[in-house]
Design a protein around this ligand. Sequence first.
Ligand SMILES: C[S@@+](CC[C@H](N)C(=O)[O-])C[C@H]1O[C@@H](n2cnc3c(N)ncnc32)[C@H](O)[C@@H]1O
Length: 200
Amino acid sequence: MTWDKYARQAQGWSENAYTDRETYLARRAELIRTLGPELHPGGTVLDLACGDGGLADFLPDQRYLGVDASAEMVASGRARGRQVIEADLNVFVPPEPVDATTIFRAIYYARDRRALLTRIGAYTTGKLVFDLNPRQYRLADVRGDLEAAGFDRLATHPFFVPQTRAPSRALQLLERSGPVAQLVLRLRFTLICAAWRASS
Ligand SMILES: C[S@@+](CC[C@H](N)C(=O)[O-])C[C@H]1O[C@@H](n2cnc3c(N)ncnc32)[C@H](O)[C@@H]1O
């Protein structure tokens, strides 16, 4: 299974996967909150392929629900007091609609991306936020799948916070540099994407 390899990494995932967990996840949470329609306090955020749910600490005013297919990741998240359900993101449907759905470092676990986005669109009332490696996937292809799933609005933002090196303020300033940021993205880093419906 695609998640088997994470069993051994589940204990202490957030601390070990990110050199500076605080900066990395806080910046991710800031973009989840602000890219596209703003999140309102008290909303529900569904985090698919959540790992140990470390993101929850940085969205304290949201009701956080994590989903992960790895039993070990789920146990790790629950041991931290997070609400995490064990399920495959390709088939999971939450008991009630959610305000926002997120997928980080896991969009490539979609068996059929368009089908997954359509499923998410059926239970997400606000927006979908995810990260994308533009060297691996063409943004135009992803946009096409999002539109087919009913998400007719898309905002993107470069995300220049390194996972395994110390973050740098200068790099973060480059996120807003337009053409220079596009050059950087040809070599490294990811884009954060927020998709929503104009009517929502
Ligand atoms: C690279 S980690 C990312 C974890 C977290 N989102 C983060 O950014 O730190 C990928 C996660 O996806 C989970 N995963 C892999 N395939 C999955 C699937 N089909 N459904 C749900 N979770 C899956 C793994 O167990 C693992 O926790």
